[in-house]
Design a protein around this ligand. Sequence first.
Ligand code: F6P
Length: 328
Amino acid sequence: MAKTEIKTIGVMTSGGDAPGMNAALRAVVRSCTYHGIRCKGIRLGYQGLIDNQIVEMGARSVSNIINRGGTILKSARSDEFRKEEGRKKAYENIKKNEIDALVVIGGDGSFTGAKAFQKEYDIPWVGVPGTIDNDIFGTDFTIGFDTALNTAIDAIDKIRDTATSHNRVFFIEVMGRDAGFIALNSGIASGAQDILIPERKDKIDDLFASLDRGRRSGKLSSIVVVAEGEELGGVYDLAKFTKIKYPDYDIRVTILGHIQRGGDPTCADRVLASRLGVAAVDALLEGKTNVMAGVRSNKIVYTPVEEAIQKHNEIDQDLLRITQILAR
Ligand code: F6P
């Protein structure tokens, strides 16, 4: 669809909320105002599209949200949209609301939905990567990742106080679904003795070797950061195996959970979200579709959505090396 044909853009936040989604929404809405086109907000992601929960959004409707976590549009994971019948209803509402193109702020599940929809109904759309997991190919960082990291290290720093005071070993589980980016970065930043991530195919003996090394060098307490997708087992199993191996260790487990998804976005996330929101509208007006806006080497890039979904960001080998060097 050419620039002049797009008169109304629909925008939604979909999948797990991430800090910075509001900033991205604000950028989409204000960008539409700037270009003199209408913007409509779709509440509750794809489910809201099916249920016709669609509201007009002007520049003032996104005042005072750049600093707020969560998403004012709300988000949902919709089973109905996975079915043809659900997508048909969604399309009818798109037509009813005169929406010409979509911006989908979410993760790879949300992009898969948009791709299927585009194939059936030929609605132009652009994705904006919003997830704390940082697991989307085509961008160095996803919206929410930086904030989640800062929340995680703040929590781990606090746990360290107890670990140190009581000479304890703590296993701390962080989010990330099947990716280890949150674990690796929060582990380095919080000075973890070991970091267990699914990408590395860890072995329990490597963990024990690391704990032994720490003990030999005089460490009395340790933090082990574990990605929720770690294949060796969950934090409780790891704590159990470690207790069997080292009966004298005083071991505790903490699962950080959803606190990592909440809170005010950091400066980095607000800037990233603002850039990507503007880039998404630019892309639609340039006639692009089925692409995701991302930032690579600090430049805006557009990646075909198939690639964004299918490929995976590699874990930085240098970061892995750093963890080995610093855990002494
Ligand atoms: O994708 C974001 C994320 O927070 C993952 O890190 C986690 O595995 C998942 O969502 C949790 O989903 P829910 O909030 O639906 O339990």
